[in-house]
Design a protein around this ligand. Structure first.
Ligand SMILES: [Ca+2]
Ligand SMILES: [Zn+2]
Ligand SMILES: [Zn+2]
Length: 263
């Protein structure tokens, strides 16, 4: 099942710079464990090098993805990125499109909202999800149709902890949501962590419109982008406005899959 900065030395305050396979040095044991877990989760394999399981190789992949100097060493900048809330999908470069570029082949793609958050009214969630679909729809020749019963291509819901796929959520913070690439079964489905505080932009919390637009990008076949302006960038940055747009990078990605809208 298939499920994304610039930095200069001047930005490194105190500079933890440790060769990774070595001892944790100035890092606490939990921090060290957290860094290893992060790399194993978001950089699950590296097809280009033979030492696929090397933590150092994974760290280099991560530095490459985030446009940081590729040193294979942990430093405070990389730890800062690891601590940001983010999408649960991996950042492997191949996933810019998923392997084999899965996409919807029908011109009408259905979706169904199975469950809601307690943080917003169902009506508001329906509006925000529809708006997120609209963001993508403007750029490609696909139509999205909401259905209220039966199985839709894209099943959307809020859930906490283990929720029936192999990717349990992790409580408040860290992983916010995930989505599956186009395909049967779980394919296209989008899950939001109900342990987050979801917002429509009018209150404190994670901006659901922004998160939904990102996740639906995955549901349509996009992987993560390493362009910090892209909606498909893997970490969540505070978006206090509803007025964000897809970046040129997002548009180029989705049109690579589906072509341009004809009208
Ligand atoms: Ca979470
Ligand atoms: Zn993502
Ligand atoms: Zn899930």
């Amino acid at each position: 099942m298939q499920l994304a900065l610039l930095c200069a030395v001047c930005l490194l305050p105190g500079g933890l710079a440790l060769p990774l396979p070595l001892e944790a040095g100035g890092m606490s044991e939990p921090q060290w464990k957290q860094a290893q877990d992060y790399l194993e989760r978001f950089y699950p394999y590296d097809s280009k090098t033979r030492d696929v399981n090397s933590i150092e190789a994974k760290l280099k992949e991560m530095q490459k993805f985030f446009h940081l100097p590729i040193t294979g060493m942990l430093n405070s900048r990389i730890i800062e990125i690891m601590q940001k809330p983010r999408c649960g999908m991996p950042d492997v470069a191949e996933y810019s499109l998923f392997p084999n570029s899965p996409k919807w082949t029908s011109k009408v793609v259905t979706y169904r909202i199975l469950s809601y958050t307690r943080d917003l009214s169902p009506l508001r969630v329906n509006q925000l999800v529809a708006k997120a679909f609209e963001m993508w729809k403007k750029e490609i020749p696909l139509h999205f149709k909401r259905i209220h019963r039966g199985i839709a291509d894209i099943m959307i819901g809020f859930a906490r902890g283990a929720h029936g796929d192999s990717y349990p959520f992790d409580g408040p913070g860290n992983i916010l949501a995930h989505a599956f690439a186009p395909g049967p079964g779980l394919g296209g489905d989008t899950h939001f962590d109900e342990d987050e505080r979801w917002s429509d932009g009018s209150s404190i919390g994670i901006n659901l419109l922004y998160a939904a637009t990102h996740e639906l990008g995955h549901s349509l076949g996009l992987g993560h982008s390493s362009d910090p302006n892209a909606v498909m960038y893997p970490t969540y940055e505070d978006k206090d406005s509803e007025d964000f747009k897809l970046s040129q990078d997002d548009i180029e990605g989705i049109q690579k899959l589906y072509g341009e809208r004809g009208d």
